[in-house]
Design a binder for this molecule. Structure first.
Ligand code: HEM
Length: 479
């Protein structure tokens, strides 16, 4: 019996090794074939492997992104090819992956000239034809301008400042009643409520909680392999997208039926403007709802990091208790109060560095591009993997939560190793709103509650960055 088991183990191990060798050999042959296709007069493609047929190297990438060592995929290939720019096959497409921070920033800054945004198929389908990241040229400039205008600093200082605080207080009143909550889910709902109000004039309701559920499938599908069979992640995402678009269309129709009811949201402004088609408005609003949710992920991440780092939590408490004292209680904060939160800004920077809410950027080369002696041919997609830059050894102990590292360097806009909001023509128009939401949330949460975490959560970056157990916590109101 023991012999049989030994034999089975040996056979299994040999099979695994064989499959692995075939995989490596197949990927390398395909990689070489791709390289040979490129005109040698222009240079050579970066080294690399395109992995298995169809799935490419997606599995290794996924395993790395769900482990506690998210840069493993990159580091292994850097060692193998002696290059931080290499070819691979991810999300169903062959592409050039770059972990070179300077090149990544260069790519982003040359949007529309040398490169242009081109996300993998699943993401494109979920975003739709007019979802900002999929539009280019004049229409992109126009829609980007509308988003910038919606989120301009005068609006943040007045409307959003007021509305976020009201929303956070009323949400925390509900949390106080529940006592134990899953912070990840609750923050998601809170931010959906904020965006749904701004974009579609929807108040918190069963409807907004339905929207949150639809966006879970929507988000997961946007980074899935585009396999459209019933029950697949991608299939479920497409269904959710259809329902979300239907909701926006119904809202538009209702407004046409009842023009006497005034609305002060983005949808009303876009409908009044009169030059955008129904399809453009739907995709644009849907994308803003989706992109606008990104900040919710940073909230539980930060609370987890602070819970695991009592010294930082204490400093946050001191900063926010001092503001509370000056205000004489929970009175509305103004812009000066917000800008006085210096340590909070460090916590936000560090949280965004570690949480990598956008794993990287996808850009198509508009002409042959030379880099480090290689050529990236026109039409190839570059995955500028900024997660590797944020977790680079350039940061001391890169996986450690260390908000103090930002104390000397609060303005990170020139640092190519830190671009959580992107750069160039597609720089996130919501970055000031995101920072404001986070700071106001921290102020209210930390001054109203003490908490205990109820599970040992881990970070996973797939399908989108999250905490594996959703951060269950028990709340205790502070005196
Ligand atoms: C912590 C929160 C956020 C992070 C980390 C983040 C990150 C990003 C990044 C990296 C991009 C650039 C994508 C690319 O160049 O391919 C982007 C674009 C965008 N973001 Fe954000 N974002 C956040 C919050 C928000 C919010 C709150 C909004 C709006 C309410 C928003 C709206 C957008 C829009 C509309 C774009 C597309 C810009 C364009 O293509 O012209 N984001 N975001």
């Amino acid at each position: 019996m023991a012999d049989q088991i030994t034999l089975m183990v040996v056979a299994f191990t040999a099979a695994v090794v064989l499959v692995h060798l075939i995989y490596r050999a197949w990927g390398n042959i395909q990689g070489r074939r791709e390289r040979n296709k490129v005109d040698t007069n222009h240079g050579r493609l970066p080294p690399g492997s395109t992995g298995w047929p169809l799935v490419g190297e997606t599995l290794s990438y996924y395993l790395s992104m769900t482990s506690n060592h998210p840069t493993k995929f990159i580091e292994e290939r850097e060692r193998r090819y002696k290059s931080d720019i290499f070819i691979s096959h991810l999300y169903g497409e062959k592409m050039v992956v770059s972990a070179d921070a300077h090149f990544n920033k260069f790519v982003l800054q040359n949007e529309g000239r040398l490169f242009r945004a081109k996300y993998p198929k699943a993401m494109n389908i979920m975003i739709g034809k007019y979802g900002l990241l999929t539009v280019h040229g004049d229409l992109h400039r126009k829609l980007h301008g509308i988003a910038v205008n919606l989120l301009r600093s005068e609006r943040l200082k007045v409307d959003f400042m007021e509305e976020i605080q009201t929303l956070v207080h009323s949400t925390l009143d509900r949390w106080a009643e529940k006592k134990e909550i899953f912070l990840f889910k609750e923050c998601h709902q809170m931010i959906i409520n904020l965006m749904a109000k701004q974009l579609l004039d929807l108040s918190s309701s069963k409807e907004t909680s339905e929207i949150r559920k639809l966006f879970i499938d929507f988000g997961n599908a946007s980074v899935a392999l585009p396999i459209k069979i019933p029950g697949s992640t991608y299939f479920n995402g497409i269904k959710s997208r259809e329902l979300l678009i239907k909701k926006i269309l119904e809202t538009m129709e209702e407004r046409r039926q009842h023009p006497e009811v005034a609305h002060h949201d983005l949808l009303a402004r876009l409908m009044e403007e009169g030059t955008l088609s129904e399809e453009v408005i739907c995709d644009f609003i849907l994308f803003l709802l989706f992109a606008g949710q990104t900040s919710f992920r940073a909230m539980p991440f930060a609370i987890k990091f602070l819970s695991d780092c009592p010294k930082a939590l204490q400093q946050m408490k001191e900063e926010h208790d001092a503001i509370l004292k000056v205000k004489g209680g929970h009175h509305k904060l103004n812009w000066d109060d917000y800008t006085s939160m210096k340590f909070t800004q460090c916590v936000i920077n560090e949280t965004l560095r570690l949480s990598n809410l956008a794993a990287g950027f996808f850009r198509e080369a508009l002409e042959d591009t030379k880099v480090k002696g290689y050529v990236i041919p026109k039409g190839w997609v570059i995955f500028a993997f900024t997660t590797a830059n944020h977790l680079d050894k350039k940061f001391d102990a890169p996986l450690k939560f260390d908000p103090w590292r930002w104390q000397q360097n609060q303005d990170s806009s020139y640092d190519p190793f830190y671009i959580p909001f992107g750069a160039g023509a597609r720089l996130c128009p919501g970055y000031n709103l995101a920072k404001l939401e986070l700071a106001l949330f921290f102020h209210i949460f930390i001054t109203r509650f003490r908490w205990e975490t109820l599970a040992n959560d881990k970070i996973s970056y797939l399908p989108l960055p999250h905490l594996t157990k959703g951060l269950p916590i028990r709340l205790h109101p502070r005196e």
